[in-house]
Design a protein around this ligand. Structure first.
Ligand code: UD1
Ligand code: CA
Length: 467
């Protein structure tokens, strides 16, 4: 009895070993980013919706260690291709791990827009057609740079061969049906015939695309299905293509967020990474950047020229123009900016205010506390209802070590104070303006750390007369 279709074991192989010569970069191509994430990470994310991590193999080679480090958190497996002798050779290197599977879906690590729906469609079509090789093709207005699909006949499902751009005849070059670089293959047919690939092409490489003609010559059926969405298969061989994909991905992201109830004025001016989450009724003004793993609550307003990276923002927060946040957590109802700089480890409490030209780093600012003007707060634990006067500085660094400043609930720090850490201001204490505080201040006390004011009456007149 033949196995039911669904029980056929499917692997996904992602080709990601190439150098990316056309990018003219010292970094491997698949680690270049679109939507704020490496190309390869996008492909893996789509593959993961179709297969278990243990059935996904990334074929890596150029800068393999760096590539593996960047994506190994996904739990997928890795196959090394050394040296890199073409896309056909990449699959030759994966023969062993793929031997236990019935079919393999091959994806390209440099085509990040591929959706899980399309991968499933390719897999299902391949199973139904019982072909040896199914390739995903697309119709492009401008097919430049892609391999062309030569069909067996005018309306045939079957494919005769794939011809790369360079060796195309002028007539073939006019064909707009291109090879996406995504395929589904019977593992047995692939490895029974892969040794027939030759390197008689301008780059002297083993082209996986030649498998179409190889299998057809062996009387094995090769078919193609066209994608409904030509965007999805676009690759990124050049910087211009990378930027185009980035824009497309970000435009899609903004549309999705708007569908979820977020207002984004002038989305084309905003840079929102693909993993960013935003709650409903939040408004994003023009020229805002939301990067990395940032999460923004509901009912917030993020005003223009703010850059928020890897930060968690609660509900109802207002970020006024020109703020820079990195690795910060901001409680509900807080008010930031304009021009606040929240560095990693900043934890701003509910309803707290951080105002203009205030820099924070590794700071806990309690509920309802305020630091409104011209202040540096670093390595500090600040309680609730604290008022930090304009120009206050925590002197946290003695040139060798960092020290902590503790400011308990309800403290009032007068303007222009320097708090030399380690130092502690007890609950409800007051610090007189312009104090230099080097010793702990007990709760409920007033500390004044400045020289007493001297007034010399009549001094000016004396100076004028030269006496
Ligand atoms: C390839 C196809 C082309 C198709 C296009 C779609 C071949 C010969 N050509 O061309 O028909 O239209 O994709 O985007 O396959 N790679 C390896 N090992 C190697 C070489 C490449 O893993 O030795 C990886 C690359 O990292 C990349 C992918 O394979 O992720 C595709 O290689 P690339 O050089 O970009 O192929 P294209 O020229 O775009
Ligand atoms: Ca490519």
């Amino acid at each position: 009895m033949s196995k039911p279709e669904t029980s056929r074991r499917t692997a996904i192989a992602i080709m990601a070993a190439g150098k990316g010569t056309r990018l003219k970069s010292k970094h491997p191509k698949v680690l270049h980013e679109v939507g704020g994430k490496p190309l390869l990470a996008h492909v893996i994310a789509s593959a993961r919706k179709v297969a278990a991590a243990a059935d996904i193999y990334a074929i890596i080679g150029h800068e393999a260690d760096a590539v593996q480090r960047a994506v190994e958190g996904t739990g997928i497996r890795f196959v090394r291709q050394e040296p890199q002798r073409g896309t056909g050779h990449a699959l030759m290197c994966a023969a062993k791990p793929l031997a236990g599977y019935d079919q393999v879906i091959i994806l390209s690590g440099d085509a990040p827009l591929i959706s899980s729906t399309t991968i499933e469609r390719l897999r299902d079509f391949h199973q139904r057609s019982r072909s040896a090789m199914t390739l995903l093709s697309a119709h492009l207005e401008n097919p430049t740079g892609y391999g062309r699909v030569i069909r067996a006949g005018a309306k045939s499902h079957e494919v005769k061969e794939i011809v790369e751009e360079k060796p195309c005849t002028p007539a073939q070059r006019k064909i707009r049906e291109i090879n996406s670089g995504f395929y589904a293959l019977s593992v047995k047919d692939l490895f029974d015939h892969i040794e027939k690939l030759k390197t008689d092409n301008p780059h002297g490489e083993y082209y996986l695309t030649d498998m179409a003609a190889v299998l057809r010559r062996a009387k094995k059926p090769v078919v193609a299905i066209q994608t409904d969405n030509a965007w999805e298969i676009l690759g990124s061989n050049t910087r211009a293509e990378l930027v185009e994909l980035d824009q497309k991905m970000r435009a899609d992201k903004c549309r999705k967020l708007m569908d979820e109830g977020v207002t984004i004025f002038n989305p084309a001016s905003c840079v929102i990474d693909s993993d960013v989450e935003i709650g409903a009724d939040t408004t994003i003004e023009p020229f805002v950047q939301l990067l990395g793993k940032t999460r923004i609550g509901a009912d917030c307003r993020i005003r223009s020229y703010s850059v928020v990276q890897n930060s968690q923002i609660g509900d109802g927060v207002t970020i006024r123009p020109g703020c820079v946040l990195d690795g910060a957590r901001v409680g509900a109802g807080a008010l930031l900016g304009p021009y606040s700089h929240l560095r990693p480890g900043s934890e701003i409490g509910e309803g707290a205010h951080v105002g203009n030209f205030v820099e924070t780093k590794k700071v806990k600012l309690g509920k309802g506390s305020k630091a409104n003007h011209l202040t540096y707060l670093g390595d500090a634990e600040i309680g609730e209802g604290v008022n930090i006067g304009a120009g206050t500085i925590t002197c946290n660094y003695d040139g060798v070590h960092k020290h902590t400043t503790v400011i308990e609930d309800g403290v009032f720090v007068g303007s222009d104070s320097t708090l030399v850490a380690p130092v502690k201001l007890g609950k409800g204490a007051y610090v007189g303006a312009a104090s230099c505080i080097t010793e702990d201040v007990p709760a409920e006390s007033l500390a004044i750390g400045r020289s007493k004011q001297i007034v010399k009456e009549g001094w000016v007149a004396k100076k004028r007369s030269g006496r």
